[in-house]
Design a protein around this ligand. Sequence first.
Ligand code: NAD
Length: 417
Amino acid sequence: MLKYKNISVPDKGEKIEVDGANLIVGDSPIIPFIEGDGIGPDIWKAAQFVLDNAVKKTYNNKRKIEWMEIYAGDKAVRVYGKNQWLPNETIDAIKNFTVAIKGPLTTPISGGIRSLNVALRQKLDLFASVRPIRYFTGVPSPVKRPQDLNVIIFRENTEDLYTGIEFKSGTKDNNKVLNFLNYEFKKNIRDGSGIGIKLISEFGSTRLVQKAIEYAIDNDKKSVTLVHKGNIMKYTEGAFRDWGYKAAKKFFGDITITEDDLRDKYKGVLPIGKILIKDRIADNMFQQLMLRPTEYEVIATPNLNGDYLSDACAAQVGGLGFAPGANLSYSIGLFEATHGTAPKYADKDKVNPGSLILSGVMMLEYLGWKEAAKEIEKAIKRTIKAKTVTYDFARQMSGSKEVKCSVFAKEIVKNMK
Ligand code: NAD
């Protein structure tokens, strides 16, 4: 078994193996977890409790997750020492054990790391951020028909403005880049402008769109929408759209059609077994998801659009406290709460653990343990129906009973059959 300096590998259990596109999962997979900072320990405890009970009840004690703690954020600094926000061991353990789950992490203010989440995504090449957005009956929502929104967003996770290539106004490097653009390319950039570089590649766009279409195929979805701002940023966002259509044609040409095909060849009726590939300009897409949400199922989009769009969609169905997420590479799956560390609520056992629990549900589905995943979903629905909720929902639900984070988890477990 593998040896680490500060990570204790459980004696029991087995490593998940990867065989091409498939995972080989035993009855007691070892799964690394990062508890997270701020509210992380509270929501992790709650999520672990729910996941363990669901697995135990669903499989009559035949299956069990062997949890293995790994470290990032404040706790990593406590365990490994100064500036050790993201120890190499943590990265190695995720690579070795393939599937992991994490709570939210503080963004360090020193130590040369911009964001631990971005660092994790880049070091592990987790190129797809996957965010399912759907409504649980009874959750307070600001829109009239939140149940109409049921989409899954595939956000490119490694490129775009997030590569961190920036030049601060007034610095020598900034002047160099600015002069280069002004003189070599006859641009007219204002003095003192900050500069950030937007990078979108065919490689990055293709693999993301492929993943989105594969998901649509596996889950019987009828459309994949490429969301971009290609009308303005032609060679980055526009290229994403073009490469997306190209990937659809090249890898899935026999089952995908475009909106032109739909109109010209199929009289507007999608043939059975085909997937419609369409594209929408990002600003329009924000309207579309409010006004015509039922027309969208799977969305594939570059990093920045995906960042905005996933939070906006989450708000429509009840906010970030209930929005799960996963970061995927070809083989690794890192599941995570999508909100931050909410420091003012740390150690108060108060916040909503729903986001991390639902990320755990995604993780169970990823493992192929779909029955346990379903069990949790049903229990969550019953708990919300009974109006036993944490403060964030309670203040918006009349007749509700506000409970602590840990009690909410216990209620979910009680509501499992
Ligand atoms: P935040 O998501 O931590 O909190 C914003 C507000 O949202 C909170 O004050 C709270 O009212 C609400 N909220 C968040 N999670 C909730 C939950 N589970 N239940 C109920 N209400 C909840 O965002 P922030 O204040 O901008 O960021 C705080 C820290 O978290 C920063 O250091 C930031 O960099 C980090 N962050 C981490 C992640 C991540 O690890 N994925 C994501 C975003 C922010």
